[in-house]
Design a protein around this ligand. Sequence first.
Ligand code: SF4
Ligand code: SF4
Length: 383
Amino acid sequence: MENTHPAIAEALLPFHRLSEICLAHLAEAPENGNKVAGVYCAFAPEELIRALGILPVSLCGKDEKPISVAETHLPAALCPLIKSSYGFALSDTCPYFAASDVIIGETTCDGKKKMFELMGKMKPVHVMQLPYAVDNSSARTFWREEILRLKTFLEKQTARKVTDAALTEQIELINLRNSKLMKLADMMAADVPPISGRELLKVMESRNVAIDIASYNGLLDNLLSTIDSVAGKTESKKKPRILITGCPMGSGSDKVMKIIEDLGGIVVAQEHCGGLKSIFRHIDTGTNLLNSLADHYLGTPCACMSPNTRRLDYLLKLCEQFTADAVIDATLQNCHPYTVEHQSVATLIEEKAGIPVFHVNTGYSPSDTEQIRVRVEAFLEML
Ligand code: SF4
Ligand code: SF4
């Protein structure tokens, strides 16, 4: 962002280098006796994976390039995230997929669960069967069993046993990481946010490749204290404040965010999976750890859940906390859960928060960029 204070820009730099460091860790994993698990979704319990010394890496595809390869196996009318993820695997062009010993999948949406069946021909894939009713007690019991089934699978892979001490350590480390990320995200509630939404997104998604969480937490501390130290020293005019929600987003699939901020808006809150959805709640370490872990993950406010009232409640809270002027719901083409849920999101926000909601349904191709730009420009002018 042109107005990012130079000291903050400097403190952001190490986050851009984390993928390189991650690849070095993955290359050393076999000689260090560590397995690598590829994950695709916010329902994958990172704490349990790490408690066995397994390194989790996110394989979520955000790039258009591998889609044409994926379409040799998959129908074109499938969400680009699935096609990109599968295309990377099929074309063997993702070093993270190549380094993964196992893949952890979940039966979230139909496209993803069928993709995992095909992926099972390339790597060992363990699929967690996800129930969709978060407040139903039998669904909770079922999912707790699924967490145990994953534990057994991972223990077999590593010939190790999960201990309470190791699980507690990982839960506390990740709770701490998430609270620091939330502190950073909360800073966007200021009249003049210290960084752009896209800069925040880069930091948020870097957690997916941060193998050493303790040093990652150190980088976050440095960024947070740098922002504190230059508070009030950044010149900027007030901008239209946008809350973005919808399908997962990350660098490479942040076309809509780029358009909003290039046009003079500021994305003050990001509810999607690459942003707050997967980090705003903490895991309780006081009770049965595995049940606690299971209940936490089942509470993820993803549109695959039915009903998904927790997402709606959270969106309302975010509108107020970040004094949003509008919500932009950015969904991916052929994503049924999020595109159908758009109606509920728009009605709720317009009626209860009293601010407008704008829907952009797009893919990874840049071909509709100009068309979206014109529509977003007209929308921002209305605010
Ligand atoms: S939006 Fe839902 S299915 Fe997609 S990555 Fe997030 S939690 Fe998983
Ligand atoms: S964006 Fe939608 S269709 Fe694509 S993987 Fe996520 S939930 Fe499934």
